[in-house]
Ligand binder design. Structure first.
Ligand code: TXA
Ligand code: MG
Length: 332
C-alpha cells in the first residue's frame, strides 16, 4: 500500500526527502496527478519508466516552480516562448525547448528538446520549492491507461514503487497540459490540453498547426513518432472497450455505459449514464472526464459509448482523449 498523505509542511518535507533520495512521489497538479522523480537524477528517471511501465522512447515533462531553472535547462528561449511563459505560467502549458547538457537524455528520450512546465497547483509548487530541484512527472497511471485526477486513482493503480501520494483533492482542470513545440521557428501543437490552442493563438497572434491533424485528423501515426512520441493512438484508455457514440448505431448491449455531454436527453438503452456537464460547460466536462471514465470502468461493463463534445477550446483536449481511448481494442 502506498500511503495517501494530506498536504502539510511535515508531509511536504517527507516527500521532498524521498525525492532527494531518488525515490518517487505522486503529486497533485491542476491537470492530473503526476508520478514525480528528480529530473536531474538518471536513476530516479529510470525508476519512473519502470514503475509506469512506460517505453523509453516517450519523453517526460520536467516541472519547475522557479523561472530561474529555464536558463539552466534550456539553451535558448525564443521571444514567443518567453511571451507564453509570461502569460500562462504557472498553468497547464508545457513548452518543448532546446535543452542543455544538464538535462539527462533519459528525461527527453534522446530528443534535443526538453518539455518544461510550471504547474499552478499549490501542493505541487510547495513540493517543488521544498525539494529545490526540477521534477520529471508523467501522469501517475500505468502506461496507456486512464489518467488520475484524484489521489485514490493513483492508489488504485500502484501498490508499490512510490514513497507516498500527496493528496491535493480532485484536479481542477482534469486534462493534461497543452504541449507546444517549434519546428523551424514555427509553433506547433504537440498535444491539445488544459490551455485551449485558441488562447495561445491570441497571445502569439498567429494560427498554430497541429501534429495531430497532419495528414488527416487523428490518423494512426508510425511509432515512435520523431517529435511527439506521446501522441500514441492508444493512450488514455479504460480497460472496458470504449467506442465513440454514434446516433445511428443501435444499443444492443444491456451492459453498456454512456458518457454523455449537454442538456439533450440521453438515448435509451444504456445501463448507466455519466453526464460530463449537463450545462454544456467544457471546463466542467474536462474536470469530470477522467473521474467519470474511472467510475464507468470500475463497473465491469461490456462497453462504454462516449459522445464527442464540441471541437472548440477544451473540447479539443477532451475529444483527443476520447478518440485515443476508442482506438484501443484490448491489449495495449
Ligand atoms: O499535465 C501534464 O502535463 C501532466 C502533469 C503530471 O504535469 N503530465 C503529463 O505527462 O501528462 P505525460 O508524461 O503523461 O505526457 C507528456 C507528454 C507526452 O505526450 C510526451 O511525448 C510529451 O509530453 N513530451 C515530453 N517531452 C517532449 C519533447 N521534448 N518534445 C515533444 N513532446 C514531448
Ligand atoms: Mg500520460
Amino acid at each position: 500500500m502506498v500511503p495517501i498523505l494530506p498536504p502539510s509542511p511535515e508531509n511536504n518535507r517527507r516527500a521532498a526527502e524521498a525525492l532527494r533520495r531518488g525515490e518517487l512521489v505522486a503529486l497533485p497538479t491542476e491537470t492530473v496527478y503526476g508520478l514525480a522523480g528528480d529530473a536531474l537524477n538518471p536513476a530516479a528517471l529510470s525508476r519512473i519508466f519502470e514503475v509506469k511501465q512506460r517505453p523509453f522512447f516517450d519523453p517526460l515533462i520536467v516541472h519547475i516552480a522557479d523561472r530561474a531553472w529555464v536558463g539552466k535547462l534550456c539553451v535558448r528561449v525564443s521571444d514567443q516562448a518567453q511571451a507564453l511563459m509570461d502569460h500562462f505560467w504557472p498553468g497547464p502549458l508545457t513548452l518543448a525547448l532546446p535543452k542543455t547538457d544538464r538535462v539527462p537524455d533519459l528525461a527527453t528520450s534522446g530528443l534535443s528538446t526538453v518539455a518544461l512546465r510550471m504547474p499552478s497547483h499549490p501542493v505541487a509548487l510547495a513540493l517543488l520549492r521544498e525539494t529545490g530541484i526540477p521534477l520529471a512527472a508523467p501522469s501517475a497511471n500505468p502506461f496507456g491507461g486512464l489518467s488520475p485526477t484524484a489521489a485514490e486513482h493513483v492508489a488504485a493503480a500502484f501498490t508499490e514503487g512510490i514513497d507516498c501520494i500527496l493528496d491535493g483533492g480532485p484536479c481542477a482542470v482534469g486534462v493534461e497540459s497543452t504541449v507546444l513545440g517549434w519546428e523551424n521557428d514555427e509553433p506547433i501543437l504537440l498535444r491539445a490540453g488544459g490551455i485551449p490552442v485558441e488562447d495561445i493563438e491570441t497571445v502569439l497572434k498567429k494560427k498554430i498547426a497541429s501534429t495531430a491533424t497532419v495528414g488527416g485528423a487523428h490518423e494512426e501515426r508510425p511509432l515512435p513518432s520523431p517529435t511527439a512520441p506521446g501522441q500514441l493512438p492508444s493512450h488514455y484508455a479504460p480497460r472496458t472497450p470504449l467506442i465513440l457514440w454514434d446516433p445511428e448505431s443501435p444499443v444492443m448491449l444491456s451492459r453498456a455505459g454512456l458518457l454523455w455531454f449537454g442538456d439533450q436527453k440521453p438515448p435509451e438503452g444504456f445501463g448507466v449514464v455519466e453526464n460530463l456537464s449537463p450545462g454544456s460547460d467544457l471546463r466542467e466536462a474536462a474536470a469530470h472526464l477522467f473521474a467519470a471514465l474511472h467510475r464507468l470502468d470500475a463497473l465491469g461493463l461490456d462497453r462504454i459509448d462516449a459522445r464527442l463534445v464540441p471541437e472548440i477550446g477544451l473540447g479539443r483536449a477532451i475529444n483527443d482523449r476520447l478518440r485515443r481511448a476508442a482506438h484501443l481494442d484490448t491489449s495495449a
